[in-house]
Design a protein around this ligand. Structure first.
Ligand code: AP5
Length: 249
């Protein structure tokens, strides 16, 4: 299924194709979990099944960063410097980026937020934004995996430069080495998958993002899903956890 998301990646001036037929149930999810646990991979699978749009804040910044240098705003250049070091982009920049794209929260198929929120300040802002837009989250899924397995996943990750599809050198290799199966774009290794950036990202996750597990538990939205096994196994686990939850639209 098409994962282009122009309105999310490029901002409100870009338009997405309208889904010919909205899904029977609209699903609005937040995916939580450490870097490299497989959120993006699961978001793509969930998008295919649920028709909900994959809204990744990391993809927005990387997409803006792939423009020629002159086309980058000072805020984007600053955001990319934080990302290279493995640190979080400041809340103000992230929140502005999401607010500019608030129309995407009304996507006909719902949405899957991946990488946002990442701090308590961001989570509180998201709650306010959803209230203003009269929308409710269906659930927040927290993926969990031992750190050694996470480092292994990040070190082997390759991403499509065009459609952002995610592969792994050994676990999810493309059919043709270095080329995306979906659009034949060139695959690249993310700058923040260097060992020092990975260490900083894991530490930052523990300090700033892990507290969101409690935040969403208190809102009775949290679903815990072990992220060991193949992507398909985790996907089945996720769908089964969602199916026993009453869906709200
Ligand atoms: P972001 O792009 O959000 O990255 P992340 O959260 O660090 O997560 P990743 O994309 O690294 O991993 P993932 O969990 O999606 O795993 P994936 O599916 O790719 O953020 C990057 C940076 O942007 C941040 O560090 C920050 O600087 C900035 N940023 C973004 N949002 C922000 C915000 N809200 N606030 C502040 N700063 C923000 O899988 C990883 C690998 O494992 C892949 O190779 C995949 O093929 C493989 N894999 C997946 N599943 C499996 C499996 N089951 N078995 C084996 N291999 C698997």
């Amino acid at each position: 299924m098409n994962q282009d998301r122009p309105a999310w990646l490029h901002g409100a001036s870009a338009e997405c194709d309208v889904l010919p037929k909205p899904p029977a149930v609209i699903t609005r999810l937040v995916l939580l979990g450490p870097p490299g646990v497989g959120k993006g991979t699961q978001a793509a699978l969930l998008h295919d099944r649920l028709g909900a749009c994959h809204l990744s804040t990391g993809d927005v910044f990387r997409n803006a960063g792939s423009r020629p240098d002159g086309g980058q705003t000072p805020a984007i250049r600053e955001a990319l410097a934080y990302m290279r070091r493995g640190e979080l982009v400041p809340d103000a920049t992230v929140l502005e980026t999401v607010r500019e794209r608030r129309a995407c929260l009304h996507c006909r198929g719902g949405f899957i937020l991946d990488g946002f929120p990442r701090t308590v300040v961001q989570a509180e802002s998201l709650q306010r934004l959803l209230d203003q837009e009269r929308l409710q989250l269906t659930a927040v899924i927290n993926y969990d995996l031992p750190e050694a397995a996470i480092v292994e996943r990040l070190a082997g990750r390759r991403t499509c430069s065009q459609c952002k599809a995610v592969y792994h050198l050994t676990e999810r290799p493309p059919e043709l080495a270095g080329r995306c199966d979906l659009c034949q774009g060139a695959l690249f290794q993310r700058e923040d998958d260097e060992p020092e950036s990975i260490r900083v990202r894991l530490e930052t996750y523990k300090q700033s993002t892990a507290p969101l597990i409690d935040f969403y538990r208190k809102l009775n939205l949290l679903i815990l899903v072990p992220a060991s096994g193949t992507a398909d196994e985790i996907y089945v686990r996720t769908m089964s956890a969602l199916s026993v939850r009453p869906l709200r639209s």
